[in-house]
Ligand binder design. Structure first.
Ligand SMILES: Cc1ncc(COP(=O)(O)O)c(C=O)c1O
Length: 450
């Protein structure tokens, strides 16, 4: 381990008072409570604190606890897989939830107009996107909404278009409804992924009925331009392919880039050929509160989703309370977080360039995900899948295990993101920068020792 790496570890431990996290002994489910007891979320100057480590260990977190259960506490110093945040949520959300739980009854509820209005106001205020409240349908997640849409438009065994590398969860949705992913690989040009429009259109035939657009794209971090979206939209409209626009990551846009909602494209025909999916889950870290929504200017599409797609609107009481507070009261918190994430992405870029040989990283345009190029690192550690072991193993899953065992960090293997994911790992950086630095230092140390 280099001197710098060792110094980072020591500084980190001193600042965080987290010997238990690193030593891996005596960790109990009370770990989170003990570590989080002190510290406030907002200073007198109005700045929110994203730096203080907020432990989630012992809270059934899939990013931390599920990996600890699988690999052992000593091997998961930093969980960076599942796409959620480690930060404390905005205080106004906690206040709203506290007020609601004072009333001790959680029977069936009517989704209040005020929640729908908060969705409309938020999208108008931030993105100039006008949503007719009558066209909003509610869902307990983007996945269930996409699944019912695929059911509505895609007969069994038909093809669903994706630009890849793409979010691994879509492959499950596509499988669940007995359809098949048709992958159009993005082209890597000077470190940036671009759409190959000829390839995209060539893949459409009589058996292709839907295209799942991911804007911004998980895991590459592309924030698609108005021109790119228009070209995709024109192809899909002309070829009668419905556009399912998943914009769940839209609030995280860095580098001065601009998110263009698909529903703001200039051609009403192109917009009418689409459904948009959104949620407070990524932006305000409310994913397990289960509140998402879809909307479309096409009443026929909405009818088909609730009819043939069998979509049943379903939400939970606390989710609605949290989402409404987020949209109405927490814009400042989110703006500060976006700035923090932007700086962390720049930090990762600089740190990787200077201290992590065999890894390359280009700062993305959006999302809180870092899509690392680890092809040289995989070669260096000889991360070839064991022949007799797991038949699903890939160099990336083998490298994932290598990093768990030698760097004590958990990141996602690129091979789970479809064509183009080879030689890549996805690192979720929505955590304290101290932990990001520790993770990268550990990675550098492991690769130096390899
Ligand atoms: C692009 C994208 N869509 C959907 C989801 C999941 O959405 P939900 O939890 O609302 O079902 C994720 C989660 O990582 C995602 O990255």
């Amino acid at each position: 381990m280099s001197q710098r790496t060792e110094l980072n570890r020591r500084t980190f431990l001193r600042n965080a008072g987290m010997a238990a996290l690193v030593g891996g002994v005596g960790v109990k489910s009370s770990e989170a409570a003990t570590l989080n007891a002190q510290g406030s979320t907002q200073s007198a100057t109005g700045r929110y604190d994203f730096d203080t480590i907020y432990s989630r260990v012992g809270t059934n977190s899939s990013k931390w606890d599920a990996q600890i259960a699988k690999f052992g506490r000593e091997h998961v110093q930093v969980g960076m897989g599942t796409a959620d945040q480690d930060f404390r949520i905005a205080p106004a959300i906690t206040r709203a939830l506290r007020a609601r739980i004072e009333h001790e009854n959680y029977g069936y509820l009517t989704i209040p107009d005020s929640y729908r209005e908060s969705i409309v106001d938020w999208n108008r205020r931030r993105y100039g996107l006008e949503i007719d409240p009558e066209t909003i349908r509610h869902s307990d997640g983007v996945h269930p909404a996409i699944i019912s849409s695929l059911r509505a438009f895609c007969p069994p065994r038909s093809k669903v278009l994706l630009l890849t590398p793409n979010y691994n969860g879509f492959y499950t949705d596509i499988r669940v409804v007995n359809t098949v992913a048709e992958e159009s690989p993005l082209r890597l040009v000077n470190g940036r992924y671009e759409i190959d429009f000829e390839d995209f259109e060539r893949r459409i035939d009589h058996d292709t009925h839907a295209f799942i657009l991911c804007n911004p794209q998980n895991p590459t971090g592309n924030v698609w331009s108005r021109e790119d979206l228009m070209r995709l939209g024109e192809i899909c409209t002309r070829r009668r392919v419905v556009v399912l626009a998943d914009e769940i990551h839209c609030d995280f846009v860095t580098n001065g880039n601009v998110y263009t909602p698909y529903a703001t494209l200039d051609d009403p025909e192109v917009v009418r050929n689409s459904i948009t999916y959104k949620s407070v889950s990524k932006s305000f870290n409310l994913s397990a509160m289960k509140c998402a929504y879809l909307f479309s200017s096409n009443p026929d599409y909405l009818d088909r989703i609730s009819g043939a797609g069998q979509h049943r609107q379903s939400m939970n009481t606390l989710g609605i309370v949290a989402a409404e507070a987020a949209y109405n009261e927490c814009e400042d918190w989110l703006d500060q977080l976006i700035g923090y994430i932007d700086e962390t992405q720049s930090f990762v870029e600089a740190f990787v360039r200077t201290h992590v040989p065999h890894v390359q990283f280009v700062k993305p345009e959006g999302t809180y995900l870092a899509w690392l190029d680890v092809s040289d690192a995989i070669d260096r550690v000889g991360a070839m899948p064991a022949v007799a072991g797991d038949p699903q193993a890939t160099p990336e899953t083998t490298f994932q295990r290598y990093l768990v065992e030698h760097a004590n960090i958990h990141v996602n293997p690129g091979s789970s993101y479809g064509v183009g994911g080879a030689g890549r790992m996805r690192m979720n950086i929505a955590t304290s920068r101290q932990l990001v630095e520790l993770a990268l230092s550990n990675m550098a140390g492991a690769l130096a020792r390899a």
